[in-house]
Ligand binder design. Structure first.
Ligand SMILES: C[S@@+](CC[C@H](N)C(=O)[O-])C[C@H]1O[C@@H](n2cnc3c(N)ncnc32)[C@H](O)[C@@H]1O
Length: 216
């Protein structure tokens, strides 16, 4: 695990500024709590040299949790579409490989970074802001970008669970991954949140599977 060297503040302010400028891109009223970030990052495997990609890094709270779990020799990339967030991430987290791009281009972005696959993909993308065809496309990119047995996690808030777009996304998760799971809820998040996980079919040691069920 790597030691934490990170600035004290600025993440939330940057996030709130971005919400005011572009609420349709953010899809949240506040950054994820550290408890949610730790749960989302629990899919990071212990395999030395693992490649972990984060989608929708925002202010960086989940990036920090991923870094805390990144094994020796690991590589951590963060894909973020919002320019203000990208500048903030580059300024505040020089250790992070920040890619200013759309998560829907994930396969191409990995190839440009000299990678064929990721061992884990961690998302806090605003799925209910994506139309159904776009949900499918992004999830296909994610699945195709994972190694066999690789794991995906995505943060969602309890407030979106009844929405038709969310139910559609949940159905896509079931159709895309060999196994789908739920971690949480985390009640001390604004609003309370869950983490969904999906594992690609294939070999992966049992001890690498995500944990912390019932945290929060
Ligand atoms: C709900 S916020 C989460 C931010 C942060 N990871 C957290 O948990 O607090 C969603 C983030 O996804 C980014 N985003 C939205 N659509 C995206 C896309 N198509 N590709 C990459 N990032 C996207 C937004 O700009 C925002 O930073």
């Amino acid at each position: 695990m790597l030691s934490q060297t990170r600035p004290a503040g600025g993440d939330t302010l940057t996030f709130l500024r971005a919400i005011m400028r572009n609420p349709q891109q953010l899809g949240a009223i506040a950054p994820s709590s550290k408890a949610v970030a730790r749960l989302a990052a629990s899919v990071v495997p212990a395999t030395p040299g693992a490649v972990v990609v984060e989608l929708g890094a925002g202010g960086g709270v989940i990036s920090d949790a991923i870094r805390d779990r990144l094994p020796p020799g690991g590589r951590q990339l963060a894909v973020e579409v919002n320019e203000g967030m990208v500048s903030h991430l580059r300024r505040s987290r020089p250790w992070l490989e920040v890619i200013a791009a759309d998560a829907g281009d994930l396969g191409k972005l990995l190839r440009q970074a000299g990678l064929s696959h990721a061992d884990a993909i961690v998302s806090s993308l605003p799925w209910t802001l994506f139309e159904e065809a776009r949900q499918r496309r992004v999830l296909e990119e994610i699945s195709a970008s994972l190694v066999p047995g690789g794991t995906f996690s995505t943060v969602t808030t309890l407030t979106v669970l009844p929405l038709q777009r969310f139910r559609h996304f949940r159905g896509l998760m079931e159709g895309t991954f060999a196994t789908v799971g739920t971690l949480g809820p985390i009640w001390r998040n604004v609003p309370p949140a869950l983490v969904y996980t999906g594992a690609r079919a294939g070999e992966r040691p049992v001890e690498d599977l995500p944990g912390e069920p019932g945290a929060g």
